[in-house]
Ligand binder design. Structure first.
Ligand SMILES: N[C@@H](CCC(=O)N[C@@H](CS)C(=O)NCC(=O)O)C(=O)O
Length: 218
């Protein structure tokens, strides 16, 4: 969204494998210990505004710039419902697919392979891709009749379809949309700058992500 809007920004790495997300300074900005988060030094009334949750951040930036969220109420609510569909379903369920299909089998204390959980989240992920595929039938963009923050929110999860054990050949409308999205200059710049590789865990990074450090009372 920042790239699409041409807004100036400074990217600050939060190393979630090392536990940067639990630092007192980061928790003031993002109390749920998750990225992404932003601080807008030119927020409402010229004051700084900190925000977490990508859906809220996208809506905030759309309202600030007047871009990528249609003004017409019918189209606007169409975009917002698909933005919330990502926040409530596509993101969380695909995150669980990543956990049981890719991360748990890499547990450094010994692989955790749970066929029921793997089937459950692989199937639920496929169901959600099917919903998206039907929504994209005959459409270039997910909602509102134009490129919007709904496309932006959904794309990064779809980018990881191999990790979710999904073949986009089964979802031809999603595949076409995905390929078109990936060619947008702002999106391809982001793809080039942000590889997502998880090739193993140490005892420390496992504890940070899924163990004692993650669940320690704060
Ligand atoms: N609903 C949140 C999800 C954010 C999220 O799950 N972030 C993960 C990385 S993809 C994270 O920061 N994990 C660190 C942790 O849980 O400690 C959003 O869309 O902003």
């Amino acid at each position: 969204m920042l790239e699409e809007c041409g807004l100036p920004y400074k990217l600050i790495l939060v190393d979630i494998g090392k536990g940067d997300q639990f630092s007192a300074d980061f928790l003031k900005i993002s109390p749920n210990n998750k990225v992404p988060a932003i601080v807008d030094h030119d927020g409402p009334g010229g004051r700084s505004l900190a925000m977490f949750e990508s859906g809220a951040i996208l809506q905030y930036l759309a309202e600030k710039t007047g871009r990528f969220l249609p003004a017409d109420p019918v189209h606007r609510w169409d975009v917002l419902q698909w933005l919330f569909w990502q926040m409530g379903g596509f993101g969380p369920m695909l995150g669980q697919a990543h956990h049981f299909l890719a991360y748990a089998p890499m547990n450094p204390a010994g692989p955790i392979v749970l066929p029921y959980a793997q089937d459950r989240y692989r199937n639920e992920t496929a169901r959600l891709y099917g919903v998206l595929d039907r929504q994209l039938e005959g459409k270039e963009h997910v909602a509102g009749g134009e490129y919007s923050i709904a496309d932006m929110a959904i794309f990064p999860w779809a980018r990881l379809h191999p990790r979710q054990e999904q073949d986009l050949a089964s979802f031809p409308n999603v595949r076409l949309w995905y390929e078109t999205m990936a060619q947008r200059p702002a999106v391809s710049r982001d793809i080039a700058a942000s590889e997502d590789i998880v090739d193993g865990f140490t005892a420390e990074s496992w504890a940070v992500s899924f163990g004692s450090a993650q669940y320690q009372k704060r």
